[in-house]
Design a protein around this ligand. Structure first.
Ligand code: GLU
Length: 318
């Protein structure tokens, strides 16, 4: 990949989507100081640590549902895949993010819908809510290569809108699925949603997944390769709420979106890509973020299912 094109391509793509004002931002932003709904940023980091960015690259936004993929990776790393699969599946639900989508056996369908994400958070091996959040902040920070923090303003805004999540958690608790109280599980889950990042920091997190778990900027191994692979698998199949199938067809990049307008992509062996733009479409995905990913996936051939002549080595003379 020709990385000298990055700056020009990122700027050209920003210009293309800049004037799009369709969609509405999530209502929680009304209660968060310093937010502006027409902000826009894009950033890329390759698996060998080459970085580029354009737009409002200093603006920090909440991870929101992007955190679900990251916490899934952290929990896989801590307690292992078999243990996690006992409690949460890996099937796309085809329903909205906060629908109570459960398998017949009572497991949430996947870790990227709210029921699954709340349950995955509750599996973090730590004594109490503060310890769970501290563990996550350490791992998120290692993924990004900088110290990350929870934004209290965002957390307050989330707490005042927590009824649906509390409802999901109580149903999980009633089914005997939560190892901690519903209140504690939701409190911790909302804290992980409220961690702030900039687009360049988020791109490094994506690059760490794309590089098989080693942060390409700091050189630190944060996750095992199989963990990065599992995290990107659910991002590919379930990462874009109920538009996940269309996303694979059109963009083809393992990704996770959040209602802050954040969008994280990871192309295995190549790069991490992050965008931020708060106006959302009907599915809750960032409108201009989708436009940026579509454009960059086409320009840089990022679709992970594209034909790369994988069998070419088998077709030569014996
Ligand atoms: N805090 C939000 C919730 O669980 C996250 C939503 C999202 O980004 O999809 O309701």
């Amino acid at each position: 990949m020709d990385t000298t094109r990055f700056d020009d391509d990122l700027r050209a793509m920003l210009d293309e989507v800049e004037s799009d004002r369709r969609g509405e931002p999530s209502d929680y932003l009304e209660d968060v100081a310093g937010q502006h709904v027409d902000g826009l940023a894009v950033a890329v980091c390759t698996v060998d640590g080459h970085q580029a960015a354009a737009g409002e690259t200093e603006h920090a936004f909440a991870l929101q549902s992007v955190s679900k993929a990251l916490t899934y990776a952290v929990v896989l790393q801590e307690i292992g895949l078999d243990h996690v699969l006992e409690d949460v599946g890996v099937e796309p639900s085809g329903e909205s993010f906060n629908h109570l989508s459960l398998h017949d056996d009572g497991r949430p369908c996947n870790p990227l819908i709210n029921a699954g994400a709340i349950l995955v958070h509750s599996l973090l091996p730590a004594g109490d809510e503060d310890e769970r959040t501290a563990l996550l902040l350490r791992r998120y920070s290692a993924l990004a290569g900088v110290e990350l923090e929870v934004c209290e303003d965002v957390l307050d805004a989330e707490r005042t809108r927590a009824d649906r999540n509390l409802g999901l958690a109580h149903l999980l608790a009633d089914a005997g699925r939560l190892p901690i109280s519903a209140r504690e599980a939701v409190a911790g889950y909302l804290a992980q949603c409220s961690v702030l990042v900039t687009a360049p920091q988020l791109a490094v997190m994506g690059a760490t997944l794309a590089a098989g778990g080693t942060n390409p900027v700091t050189g630190e191994r944060v996750l095992d390769e199989w963990v990065a692979q599992q995290a990107m698998s659910v991002m590919l199949t379930c990462g874009m709420y109920d538009a996940s199938g269309q996303w694979v067809a059109e963009v083809g990049v393992p990704a996770k979106s959040g209602v802050s307008g954040a969008l994280l992509g990871a192309v295995p062996g190549a790069l991490g890509l992050a965008t931020w733009s708060p106006r959302l479409d009907e599915q809750g995905n960032s409108r201009r973020g989708i436009g940026l990913f579509e454009g960059l996936s086409a320009r840089w051939d990022l679709h992970v299912l594209q034909h790369r002549g994988a069998l070419r080595g088998l077709s030569g003379p014996r």
